[in-house]
Design a protein around this ligand. Structure first.
Ligand code: ZN
Length: 298
C-alpha cells in the first residue's frame, strides 16, 4: 500500500484528526541509514510524526522536527513538506539499548534533552509570515508522547498521539509504520474530551492495525469506535531528499579558492555523501577545475 496521510474531522465536533501509514518511507529511511531496530523505531516515529504535522501546512511550507538529545542516538532530524516529501536521519544509526519487557527501548536510545519544531515557509513564497519555532523538554523519549506534549504545551492544542514502528526480529526490516494524532480544538467540551480519550486509550496500537492492512481512515475509524469520520484532504507521502549534484557543486563553489586548488592538486576527485539520505555524488577533477574562478589579469 502506498504511504498516505489524511486530514479529517468528525462532523459537528471541533476535532482535527491526522492519520498516516508510513511503512515504505520509514523502511527506506532505515535501510538507507542501516539503523538498529531501536534507532529504526526512533527515526520512524519521528518521520511519521513530522509527516503528520506537515499535513496542516500548505504550498511551500515545511516542518522540521529535531530531537537534541543525550542518549546514544545523539540526535534525530526529520523534515516534511506540504508536497508529502519526508526525509531524516539520526546522528548514530548503530545506537542500541536493552529492550524493556521485550519491547524496543526507544526512550533508552533517545535519552533526555529538547525537542525543536520549526514551521517554516519555503524560500520561494512571496509572503512575510514569520516562521514558528517551538522548543519543549523531552519528557518521555518515546517520541509519540513527546509530540503530544509539544502540541499541547507549545501549540496549545490538547492532542493525543500514537506513533509506531514494527521491526521484524530476524531481518531488522521495518514491516509497519504509521500513526495518528487527535487534536481537540478550542471549544471542545469536557464530556467529548473524556469520551475521545477513552476510545483512543482502548484502541489497538497503530502498527497492529497497519499490519492487518488498515488504511489511515480505517485506523481512525477503529480508534474512534463508531464515530463518523469525514476526510477533508489526503496526500501521498514518500521518502524524498532535496539533495542533488548541483547543490553539492554549489557548496564546493563557495569554498575558498585555495581549498579547491588543493582538491585539484590531490588528483583523485571527491566522493560526496548526503548525510540526510546517504546518496553519493562523484565530483571529478574536471568538475573541480570548472569551479575555479578565472584568474586572468585585466
Ligand atoms: Zn540527500
Amino acid at each position: 500500500m502506498t504511504d498516505r496521510v489524511i486530514y479529517a474531522t468528525i462532523p459537528g465536533l471541533d476535532v482535527r484528526l491526522l492519520s498516516s501509514v508510513t511503512t515504505d518511507l520509514v523502511a527506506e529511511a532505515c535501510a538507507r541509514h542501516r539503523t538498529t531496530p531501536a534507532a529504526s523505531a526512533a527515526l520512524g516515529r519521528t518521520l511519521t510524526g513530522t509527516g503528520l504535522l506537515a499535513m496542516t501546512q500548505k504550498g511551500h511550507e515545511r516542518t522540521t522536527v529535531q530531537f537534541v538529545c543525550d542518549g546514544p542516538i545523539g540526535g534525530i532530524v526529520a523534515v516534511a513538506d506540504a508536497r508529502g516529501d519526508v526525509r531524516g536521519y539520526v546522528r548514530n544509526p548503530t545506537a542500541d539499548a536493552e529492550p524493556v519487557n521485550g519491547k524496543l527501548n526507544v526512550a533508552g536510545v533517545v535519552g533526555g534533552g529538547t525537542m525543536h519544531v520549526g514551521r517554516e515557509l519555503g524560500a520561494d513564497i512571496g509572503t512575510n509570515r514569520e516562521p514558528y519555532n517551538g522548543i519543549v523538554e523531552i519528557t518521555s523519549g518515546e517520541i509519540g508522547l513527546d509530540f503530544a506534549y509539544y502540541l499541547t504545551v507549545s501549540e496549545q492544542i490538547p492532542s493525543g498521539v500514537s506513533l509506531g514502528v514494527f521491526v521484524h526480529n530476524a531481518t531488522n526490516r521495518v514491516l509497519a509504520a504509521g500513526g495518528f494524532i487527535i487534536q481537540l480544538m478550542p471549544g471542545t467540551s469536557r464530556d467529548i474530551e473524556e469520551d475521545l480519550t477513552a476510545r483512543v486509550a482502548a484502541a489497538p496500537h497503530a502498527t497492529e492495525m497497519i499490519l492487518q492492512g488498515a488504511s489511515p481512515l480505517e485506523m481512525l475509524q477503529t480508534a474512534l469506535g463508531n464515530l463518523d469520520v469525514e476526510v477533508l484532504e489526503e496526500r501521498v507521502l514518500q521518502f524524498a531528499c532535496n539533495c542533488s549534484r548541483e547543490r553539492f557543486l554549489d557548496k564546493l563553489a563557495a569554498l575558498p579558492r585555495a581549498d579547491l586548488e588543493e582538491m585539484v592538486a590531490d588528483g583523485t576527485g571527491e566522493l560526496l555523501t548526503c548525510h540526510v539520505c546517504t546518496a553519493s555524488y562523484t565530483v571529478t577533477i574536471e568538475d573541480l577545475r570548472a569551479l575555479l574562478p578565472d584568474e586572468r589579469v585585466h
